[in-house]
Ligand binder design. Structure first.
Ligand SMILES: C[S@@+](CC[C@H](N)C(=O)[O-])C[C@H]1O[C@@H](n2cnc3c(N)ncnc32)[C@H](O)[C@@H]1O
Length: 221
């Protein structure tokens, strides 16, 4: 697998074009599916044993910032949303003026001042755009970076392949093979406990993945 260090100029352009044409619901089909995904992500707190209340969270590919509303609602102390698509951030600032949203590519940084600073890293929908580069390389780089930055856990979602969407194809969205995706997670976060829930509604199958830091007592000596 080739090393994917940061988004290429072509991948930036693809991202820009996709969201210029899919502005509604932050790229989700409906508001309901968007919020449903957020709820599934915050379940990571129960699995990692670290309370979201009082925690610090990084939201990678924050879009127009709605996840911040849910996280603040459950008592998150510190929130930072980053995104590479400026119009989303303009909207995020307008909707949530008190929040911290920054124009930043997770892969390019600079993230030095944030390294290791977050209990949780969330990433909803940011791995699903079909890139010009290999999507598995891109996903591995993103997951690896998120894992580096999380003290308690990482929660993200992706679209998955099935017989139907294999046949139909989609030039904008990338559907991951579940087995290959799990391999990517193992390489990106070798010391994580990986929890993967698959939701197959035939049209838009999805994986909800949680990477959880093993507690010291769970690690064999
Ligand atoms: C489908 S939208 C989802 C927005 C929001 N997370 C939500 O679920 O409502 C994905 C977002 O990820 C952003 N994104 C993609 N790659 C990124 C990267 N490397 N660093 C930061 N943001 C990225 C896109 O610009 C886009 O705004």
């Amino acid at each position: 697998m080739a090393e994917y260090a940061r988004l290429t100029a072509e991948d930036f352009k693809i991202n820009q074009r996709f969201f210029d044409n899919n502005w509604n619901c932050d790229g989700w089909h409906t508001e309901e599916s968007k919020w449903d995904n957020y709820f599934k992500m915050v379940m990571i707190a129960a699995e990692s044993g670290v309370d979201l209340a009082g925690s610090s969270c990084l939201d990678v590919g924050c879009g127009t910032g709605d996840l911040s509303k849910l996280l603040r609602g459950v008592g998150v102390r510190e929130y930072l949303g980053i995104d590479i698509y400026e119009p989303h951030l303009v909207e995020a600032h307008a909707k949530y003026p008190g929040e911290n949203f920054v124009l930043l590519d997770l892969l390019a940084g600079p993230l030095d001042k944030f390294e290791g600073r977050f209990d949780y890293v969330f990433c909803s929908g940011a791995l699903t755009t079909r890139s010009a580069s290999d999507n598995y390389d891109f996903a591995q780089a993103m997951i690896s970076k998120m894992w580096e930055m999380a003290n308690a856990g990482v929660a993200f979602n992706t679209l998955l392949t099935n017989e139907l969407n294999e046949v139909m194809g989609n030039s904008y969205l990338f559907n991951y093979d579940p087995h290959k995706l799990l391999g990517v997670c193992r390489r990106a976060a070798p010391d994580a406990e990986i929890i993967c829930r698959v939701e197959d509604d035939h049209l838009n199958p999805q994986a909800h993945i949680h990477l959880v830091r093993k507690k010291k007592e769970d690690v064999p000596t």
